[in-house]
Write a protein that binds this ligand. Structure first.
Ligand code: PHE
Length: 356
């Protein structure tokens, strides 16, 4: 019975997938079938009501179906990508003569590859684009206003010491703000808010700078990806949903997360989102410092003062923000035990990630 039902479900999925026209629709269809409220999750959740014999039969079929759906979606995403490339090639005026390619390549002994930070950034951008986010940019050289003041960290607030800052020596103009190298991508929050009216959602990836002593898990230059969503009646549940979707897309499996309270003056409440260590599966190893969890994503609900600094009425609108550490994510994904490798420029390191 249930076998037949699952089979019908798969046929239905296949025919719907056949009608899908673009990447976003394919991802939505996947979410519809495999999401929390989807039919497969429901079948797996109902397994507890079945007898052991029934479970032995239904379990593998349902899991197999889940995998098949994932693979089918992957194939269709690749097809859309190829179609886009072919379309742009067929419309392009400047065609490239590929007959030269082999002879040119023969001369290049050591061609480059994508750096893992860059690759993961692209991957995350894709996930957020499919969820309707814009990607925006901001300056590395910032002023105190955008780095601290507008983020609810006034001049003598002790939270300024949380982020050791590289200051520029030039004096601020009277009544003006001093300049610095941005210590986090949160600087883009206020710039982004002022440029648009709610509801909106954007991400802002980039380099950040801290005047810190380096060690295996600290660098003076590292990468963050800021995210901000402002809308009506946004809750912590929305925040968790977006973060879990992101992490399971990146790691290509369901990841277990936990929220702990965390203090950041620009969010209230603020959280540290940890994921269960993927290397030791929570048993404790050197990467998770034996605790089984890795701190990955500081986040929280945007503080009304910050919304106000962005000219947004905090009685009508609210939202969440997060600051994802890309270096740590790369370290988790590829089991790298020292952040300093990432910027070492050592070819033995970077060549391991060459994908072509
Ligand atoms: N900007 C914070 C940091 O670098 C991270 C953060 C971003 C925390 C957004 C909460 C919300 O430490």
């Amino acid at each position: 019975m249930i076998e037949q039902k699952l089979n019908e479900l798969y046929q239905k999925f296949k025919s719907e997938l056949g009608g899908v026209k673009d990447r976003a629709a394919a991802l939505n269809l996947k979410a519809l079938y495999l999401g929390k409220q989807g039919p497969i999750t429901e079948i797996l959740a109902n397994m507890k009501n079945l007898s052991i014999e029934e479970r032995k039969i239904v379990g593998p079929i349902a899991n197999g179906l889940k995998e098949k759906i994932q693979q089918d979606v992957e194939v269709s995403l690749q097809k859309f990508e190829l179609d886009e490339i072919n379309l742009s090639l067929s419309q392009s005026q400047n065609k490239i003569d590929l007959s030269l390619r082999d002879s040119l390549l023969a001369k290049v002994q050591n061609h480059g590859g994508a750096h893992p930070i860059w690759s993961i950034q692209r991957e995350i951008e894709d996930v957020f684009l499919s969820m309707g986010f814009e990607i925006i940019d901001g300056p590395h050289i910032e002023d105190e206003y955008h780095n601290f003041e507008a983020l609810n960290i006034p001049a003598d607030h002790p939270a300024r010491d949380m982020q050791d800052t590289f200051w520029f020596e030039t004096e601020a103009k009277p009544g003006g703000f001093r300049h610095l190298l941005r210590t986090h991508t949160s600087t883009i929050q206020v710039r982004g808010m002022k440029q648009r009216r709610p509801p909106f959602r954007f991400i802002a990836p980039g380099k950040v700078f801290r005047c810190e002593r380096t060690d295996a898990s600290h660098e003076m230059v590292f990468h963050q990806l800021e995210g901000m969503l402002v809308d009506k009646n946004v809750s912590v549940a929305h925040l968790i949903y977006f973060m879990k979707t992101l992490l399971s897309e990146i790691f290509k499996r369901d990841v277990e997360v936990r929220l702990r309270p965390g203090f950041f003056p620009f969010v209230e409440p603020g959280f540290e989102l940890d994921i269960k260590c993927l290397l030791c599966k929570g048993e404790g190893c050197s990467v998770c410092k034996q605790v089984g969890w890795v701190e990955l994503l500081p986040c929280g609900m945007i503080h009304p003062n910050v919304l106000r600094a962005g000219d947004i009425d905090s009685r009508e609108w609210n939202g969440f923000a997060f600051g994802l550490g890309l270096d740590r994510l790369v370290m988790m994904k590829y089991a790298i035990d020292d952040i300093r490798h990432i910027h070492s420029g050592d070819l033995r390191f970077v060549e391991q990630f060459k994908s072509y």
